[in-house]
Design a protein around this ligand. Sequence first.
Ligand code: CA
Length: 329
Amino acid sequence: MRPLLALATFAFASPLSLAAADPVPFEIAHRGASGYLPEHTREAVVMAHGLGAGYIEQDVVLSADGIPVVLHDIHLDDVSDVATRFPGRARDDGKHYALDFTLAELKQLEMRERFKPATGERVFPGRYAGEGIVFRLMTLSESLTLIAALNASTGREAGVYPEIKRPAWHRAEGRDLSRAVLAVLQEHGYEDKEDRCFLQCFEYDEVRRLRDELGYRGRLIQLLGGGDKISEGNTDNARFRTPEGLRELALRVDGIGPPLGEVAKGGDPASRRITSLVADARAAGLAVHPYTARADELPKWAADYDDLIRVLREAGVAGYFTDFPGLVR
Ligand code: CA
């Protein structure tokens, strides 16, 4: 931190240097400190806060009784004991959907390190493996209360970074996830661009709706997929990576969240090149927050985790999603 501080002090005397000096990108703790504890649990939030994350990411879906809860998937099978705790409650596809369970039922689940239901195999073998410790699911409101309380008790303010998950799917089920999330954010004082919050969504139709129909005034991030396909919610991933597409996005959003593989390319560290995406986005006035830095699942172009973060910084990202907050300072 010291050299940066010195640079900032120097820049204060010289506005030109200030413009040239990029701040250190902030960390967005992806599903909390999910590299160390089961994702989206309160323990993962507390650890992310303690490790100094700038923002704490929380994915959100609805319960049967309409409560926004913190969960990455619309189903519960990969991160909980739902199959054994609530037998006979799966849909025809064999999956148990959060939307089919009341909050009281969801609170009975034991949340676990992510696994493959077919085999029981863990997705990240080196991660949390404690036995007999019970983790629970949280509501979005509980999560925001916890983060605000930690901000107050530590004197260090971490922001929140909620994701509206599968809004088109929820609407097909007759539910309005976005309205429910906005109500909770408003209750907790996250409404305007000055508030330390980024709201994110993969679906462009919903991003437009948040701005044009629901009147959301806070900071908004359009998440993008890799490759060229048009994904759910009419998100034209290839087009939104072009300068023209980025300028269109900039009419409504404050930044984009692309995968790491669109920020740099290459089969090994020696042949990697940084793409023009971050520069093009910044030229359109957009911040870039790529996902997801993982020490145990590196892109081929990164030699190690430090190298990965160095490349992101060199590319000019404003922040990045990481499962391992605090690993690089
Ligand atoms: Ca997410």
